[in-house]
Ligand binder design. Structure first.
Ligand code: GLU
Length: 386
């Protein structure tokens, strides 16, 4: 990537997920690092509010994923050693999460920003309906300019059903809200081609392609000592984030003004760029969908508009609705002969869609009692398959 394209990618990132790890948040387990947390909150507030004088035109939407509940809980409970028992870890998380939430709330409020605590579990992200609920809650918070502070709900999950580490959680959140950028703040400067502690020939990686298998080898490969819970999970998180088109930066959490400098286009740490753009990634995901919950049959006029002009599908062009689907499901769009011409995300459920067939969008509210969007499938959420 050229220097300019790196800078453009960083400057244009509007929705940013920032992840900080336990050792940074708790100062290696010594207790919540008030100064460091205050500093990230100050920078996030500038990003969220915009600051023309710093060259930050417009606002960014920022979501924080913070670890540290277990480490802080151990500190508060006076435990020097990390317990083995799940119930003790869960108890520590419950105690520590109070401190974390309180600290973020205080520091963000000092910057004039409202915050919200969101504790997620793997099941919240795996189940379709809960996924959509979590997504819509986070997007609503962003819309109200509230900064969500997320952690895994460690208190109610056991090892088998855990996301497990917050790098992965950060990537899942980036997928959930279709973020542009995931910033993983850590206690290292970024990625090296080999372990710099043991290999003097190790070189710093400034830019890479998220998902490139060579990166996994550099990070040590599965099971190696440096990779375990360290750089490898970050590389894998970058690959996951790239699935929805988000690029990842791995940077040192104590680097001065790291978040602000990144947002003005300065490359700090390692940038792992997503190979596919957000909209392309979403379209690919629809094409790869194996199970479609239903289909819309459209008339010849609508089919021509979708094919030729790249327009959205409006209810007026629909003649028939097949299957049972909910808002947000991937459905097929068929031409009058029944052949699939594309796929898209439904804005209305199958029950609603049946009522909307052949109706102009101006009548949606009268028919349903509310109106979510004027389109049945928005062109951004639509991909032509033939
Ligand atoms: N969720 C855990 C905590 O807050 C940390 C997981 C991680 O550090 O990756 O204590």
């Amino acid at each position: 990537m050229t220097e300019k394209s790196v800078s453009d990618l960083l400057r244009h990132a509007r929705r940013i997920v920032v992840k900080v790890g336990s050792s940074l948040v708790t100062n290696e387990g010594r207790g919540l690092d008030e100064a460091a947390i205050g500093e990230w909150c100050r920078q996030m507030a500038v990003l969220a509010q915009g600051d023309d004088t710093l060259g930050l035109v417009g606002r960014r939407e920022v979501i924080m994923v913070s670890s540290g509940a277990i480490a802080e809980g151990m500190k508060r409970l006076g435990w020097a050693k990390r317990p083995q028992e799940v119930n003790e870890l869960q108890a520590a998380a419950a105690v520590g999460q109070m401190g974390l939430a309180q600290m973020y709330e205080t520091k963000l409020r000092e910057q004039g920003l409202r915050s919200a605590q969101v504790l997620l579990t793997h099941a919240d992200l795996a189940d379709r309906e809960r996924y959509l609920n979590a997504r819509s809650t986070l997007l609503t918070l962003l819309q109200y300019k509230v900064l969500p502070v997320i952690n895994e709900n460690d208190t109610v999950v056991t090892d088998e059903i855990k996301v497990g580490d917050n790098d992965t959680l950060g990537a899942l959140v980036a997928n959930l809200v279709e973020a542009d950028l995931l910033v993983i703040l850590t206690d290292q400067k970024g990625l090296y081609t080999a372990d710099p502690r043991g290999n003097p020939a190790a070189e710093f990686v400034e830019v890479g392609r998220a998902g490139d298998p060579a990166l996994e080898r550099m990070a040590g490969g599965a099971g190696s000592s440096i990779g375990k819970g360290g750089m490898l999970t970050k590389i894998l998180a970058a690959r996951r984030a790239a699935g929805s088109g988000a690029s990842t930066v791995i940077a040192w959490g104590r680097e001065e003004n790291a978040l602000l400098r990144l947002a003005t286009g300065e490359r700090i740490g390692t940038l792992l760029a997503a190979p596919t753009q957000k909209t392309q990634a979403r379209k690919q995901w629809m094409v790869d969908h194996l199970q479609l919950r239903g289909a819309l049959v459209v008339d010849a006029g609508a089919a021509a508009k979708l094919r030729g002009e790249g327009k959205s599908l409006l209810p007026i062009g629909m003649t028939q609705v097949d299957g049972v689907f909910s808002r947000g499901d991937v459905i097929a769009i068929r031409d009058p002969a029944g052949a699939e011409l594309g796929r898209g995300l439904a804005n209305y459920s199958s029950v609603e869609a049946r009522l909307l067939c052949r109706k102009p969008s101006s009548e949606i509210r009268a028919v349903l009692g509310y109106s979510a969007e004027p389109e049945m499938v928005h062109r951004d959420n639509l991909v032509l398959t033939r």
